[in-house]
Design a protein around this ligand. Structure first.
Ligand code: COA
Length: 161
């Protein structure tokens, strides 16, 4: 049976930190569904469609990765895709409490879905989409944090090209 995992998030925008988790996830799973949350409580810079397009662009050629959107409860979405595992990246102790709470709630709601936490690689431990957006908006160098396609999209958003 194919091992399929869902990697959910807001991806506003996708960064090298997320790509690192996807790459390492592919050593464990046959297929990863990157699931962009439609109604995240965050005030997004990019529309859902723009976020999906950026992920598709940077994942071009990787046939084991698909990109989708979801709204409503994550575990309902995961079940609808007949997957059994949710991948989450953990950056710091500060992430743990929130992630632990959500994972516990998801396992209480049921449906035999596991959450797999992957430690973010050392070089991305401090990274977040918000911090990248802030650095870019202030005309800072973001080459080490996002792929060129994402950098261009960010620069366009901030009227810096
Ligand atoms: N490296 C670097 N940065 C990373 C990272 C990594 N490996 N993994 C995550 N991040 C950053 C993201 O860029 C993001 O930064 P930001 O806050 O500046 O935008 C931050 O960490 C966390 O983002 P993300 O992983 O996308 O999670 P989220 O909190 O935005 O979204 C959902 C979480 C969408 C998965 C969650 O809210 C959800 O499942 N919602 C659906 C409703 C639901 O089922 N709720 C649960 C009820 S129990």
């Amino acid at each position: 049976m194919k091992k399929v995992a869902v990697y959910p998030g807001s991806f506003d925008p996708i960064t090298y930190g997320h790509l690192d988790i996807i790459k390492r996830g592919l050593t464990i799973f046959d297929e990863i569904i990157v699931a962009v949350a439609r109604n995240s409580q965050k005030n997004a810079l990019f529309s859902t469609e723009e976020r999906v397009d950026l992920i598709l662009e940077v994942m071009k050629g990787e046939e084991r990765v698909t990109v989708d959107t979801f709204s409503g409860l994550l575990i309902d979405y995961v079940a609808s895709r007949r997957a059994h595992v949710i991948i989450r990246g953990l950056r710091a102790i500060s992430d743990f409490e929130y992630e632990f709470q959500i994972a516990q709630m998801n396992s209480t709601i049921g449906r035999e879905i596991e959450t797999l936490f992957m430690m973010t690689s050392l070089q991305y431990g401090y990274l977040s989409s918000s911090i990248v957006k802030e650095v870019c908006s202030l005309n800072g160098d973001i080459d080490r944090f996002v792929p060129p396609e994402v950098k261009l999209a960010l620069k366009r958003k901030y009227g810096l090209t």
